[in-house]
Design a protein around this ligand. Structure first.
Ligand SMILES: C[S@@+](CC[C@H](N)C(=O)[O-])C[C@H]1O[C@@H](n2cnc3c(N)ncnc32)[C@H](O)[C@@H]1O
Length: 219
């Protein structure tokens, strides 16, 4: 309980200090973490996993629990405070310590991240609705470059958030939201395998599963 309160307090502080990149007032619930990691539950052999924007590690904990001995987990996080929290967890928290030898935190923006090899599974927690359409387009291009040909990319977004923001936006802001929606919708039409709704989260969320070629298989 104490750990959870500390995690929420740190997250909220970052929400206030770095709203643009944090984009949420609280870490994701266990239910979002479960929906995001569903394809990992039955993975066969050694795989490479990339988590983008792990924040305080609420989804990372779930990934760590599903990690097998020869799997590899890379965490790409921009915010230095969150990087500190993640490194502390890897040192002091049993769930994270168990996989410390297979886990690395990279303190860098995903757009600048260089990987040795592609990933079988990528999970993103980035607050896309805060970003420009151009940045979101660049980020998806980067993520698909990092994704192995048969890999799965999952990310979440808050339900109806763009529509809600659009209702209150005017002029340039509304135009930006329309262009952002068009970028995301085009990408989803091309790559989405399925979408799960997670109501037990604040705010409720959609979890999208994507592949290079969506007809490859259902997730
Ligand atoms: C909405 S929070 C999600 C945190 C966590 N995944 C969760 O679900 O609780 C967004 C996270 O993305 C990180 N972030 C934002 N822009 C980033 C970028 N360009 N590269 C890497 N991380 C980024 C933020 O620092 C923050 O940790």
């Amino acid at each position: 309980m104490k750990r959870l309160l500390r995690e929420h307090a740190e997250f909220f502080r970052q929400y206030r200090e770095t709203f643009y990149t944090t984009g949420a007032i609280a870490p994701s619930s266990q239910f979002v973490a479960r929906a995001l990691t569903r394809p990992l539950e039955r993975h066969p052999g050694p795989i490479r996993i990339l988590e983008v924007g792990p924040g305080t590690g609420s989804v990372t904990r779930r990934i760590a629990r599903l990690l097998k001995p020869d799997d590899r987990l890379d965490l790409v996080e921009l915010n230095d405070k969150f990087v500190e929290v993640l490194n502390r967890r890897i040192r002091d928290d049993a769930d994270f310590r168990r996989v410390a030898d297979r886990t690395k935190v990279h303190h860098v923006a995903i757009q600048e991240f260089q990987a040795e090899k592609p990933y079988d599974f990528i999970i993103s927690g980035l607050p896309l609705n805060n970003f420009t359409p151009e940045l979101v387009s660049d980020i998806f291009e980067t993520l698909f470059k990092l994704l192995a040909p048969q890999g799965v990319l999952t990310y979440f977004e808050y339900m109806y958030m763009r529509k809600l923001k659009r209702t209150f936006a005017r002029g340039e802001k509304r135009d930006k939201l329309d262009r952002l929606d068009a970028v995301i919708q085009k990408m989803l039409d091309r790559h989405r395998v399925n979408r799960a709704s997670v109501l037990v989260n604040f705010p409720p969320a959609w979890v999208h599963h994507l592949r290079h070629e969506p007809e490859q298989s259902a997730v």
